[in-house]
Design a protein around this ligand. Structure first.
Ligand SMILES: C[S@@+](CC[C@H](N)C(=O)[O-])C[C@H]1O[C@@H](n2cnc3c(N)ncnc32)[C@H](O)[C@@H]1O
Length: 198
């Protein structure tokens, strides 16, 4: 990691510590929320790949009177106003598991999931493409009409295919990289708004 990259990462890491957030990832969601008004109060949110919990902390504060559900293969320490499911997005029965908590579905599906990266950009970006496609499958089962999704991916050959896939299901699609995402990382978020239904 270059000196500037390391320094920037440390700044957000320290800020998260001071402000009581569990991860510096929280600033990515906060900055994207400030730009696109993604989270409203009173909605049903599913946060996939939630641990250690920065995004869940932030979304449960904004969505104070709504439903906040978080899911991760790793454990997550308890957060007030967040229901946690310990599970894998690829496991059978995952749709039912998340619908058990919110039978009428979710208004917003977030995914900050990333598999272990190998350093081989095309391999890592292909893996992130398959994760994003799986999250879109989950959306097909649980997202309400006109709902939104925000999914992390790694920029690569398949990014355009992913955007096209999003366009099939969402009326508005944005590719975005928040300022707190390290500039030289391939990380990118895709936001889909106005889900057209199943
Ligand atoms: C970058 S971290 C998420 C950070 C989180 N958004 C925060 O603000 O603290 C990515 C998470 O994805 C989880 N993850 C990876 N593969 C997963 C899978 N197949 N199903 C569920 N969670 C997964 C990891 O365990 C990890 O906690």
């Amino acid at each position: 990691m270059s000196w500037i990259k390391k320094r920037r990462s440390e700044i957000y890491y320290r800020r998260a510590k001071t402000e009581g957030y569990r991860s510096r990832a929280v600033y990515k969601l906060k900055q994207m929320d400030e730009k696109f008004s993604i989270i409203e109060n009173g909605i049903r949110i599913l946060d996939l790949g939630s641990s250690p919990g920065g995004w869940s902390q932030y979304s449960s504060l904004v969505n104070e009177s709504g439903l906040n559900v978080a899911l991760d293969i790793m454990p997550m320490r308890r957060i007030d106003n967040v229901k946690f499911i310990n599970g894998d997005i690829f496991q059978d029965g995952i749709f039912d598991q998340v619908l058990d908590v919110s039978p009428d579905g979710y208004d917003l599906v977030l995914s900050d999931i990333l598999m272990h990266t190998s350093g081989d950009n095309s391999r890592d970006s292909a893996n992130s493409y398959f994760i994003a496609k799986r999250v879109l499958d989950i959306c097909e089962h649980v997202l309400t009409r006109n709902g939104k999704t925000l999914i992390k991916t790694l920029q690569g050959d398949l990014t355009e295919d992913l955007r096209v896939e999003f366009k099939k299901h969402f009326r508005r699609v944005f590719l975005t990289k928040p300022p707190s995402s390290l500039p030289r990382s391939a990380e990118l978020y895709i936001l889909g708004e106005f889900y057209s239904g199943h």
